[in-house]
Design a protein around this ligand. Structure first.
Ligand code: PRP
Length: 173
């Protein structure tokens, strides 16, 4: 595997994004909605840097049927708390085609959220199939072809534990 973002670069970017979010959501008690499972490591690092009285909840939406290809979307785990009139921030590890974040955003708006914004750890904006899905906050923009692993990103459920982000190579499969 090839190192893409070091732990220290990641720490710096998340700290910067957390400062912006803390400022923008001061007094709004935002609800952070993580999209499982890839968001877990990013969510934890972001959360401990926020100073805007956040709450958290999680959803599971299937987007990749197998391996690295996008498949049909399906809600697999619903939120536990109501979102009506809440300022919601969707926490995504990666936005690729944009289909997952589109699905989640529509769902939250239907449930009556006061506002819905997106924070992405990595944005693959050149892969976008769904327009209008640009995140308000982004740590890294990535336009490479290799699949990324580590810091929550998996390949067939492996490698989420790595403390930095790497590009997957053939012999990692
Ligand atoms: C990944 C990622 C996003 C989604 C992005 O989830 O966490 O939720 O795909 O892809 P899209 O923009 O093309 O919709 P995945 O289904 O791989 O599950 P995981 O989070 O459990 O790894």
């Amino acid at each position: 595997m090839q190192l893409l973002y070091t732990a220290s670069q990641i720490d710096q970017e998340i700290t910067n994004v957390a400062a912006q979010i803390s400022e923008d959501y001061q007094g709004k008690k935002p609800l952070l909605v993580g999209v499982l499972k890839g968001c877990t490591v990013f969510m934890a690092h972001l959360l401990v840097r926020l100073t805007c009285d956040p709450e958290i909840d999680f959803m599971t939406v299937s987007s990749y049927s197998k391996g690295t290809e996008s498949g049909d979307l399906q809600l697999k785990k619903d939120l536990d708390c109501p979102v009506a009139d809440r300022h919601v921030l969707i926490v995504e590890d990666i936005i690729d085609t944009g289909k997952t974040v589109h699905f989640v955003r529509e769902y939250l708006m239907e449930k009556g959220a006061a506002s819905v914004e997106v924070v992405a750890f990595v944005d693959k904006e050149q892969r976008r199939a769904q327009s209008g899905m640009e995140p308000k906050y982004t740590c890294f923009k990535y336009d490479g072809d290799p699949f990324v692993i580590g810091f929550g990103f998996d390949y067939m459920e492996r490698y989420r534990n790595l403390p930095a982000v790497y590009q997957l190579e053939e012999h990692d499969k």
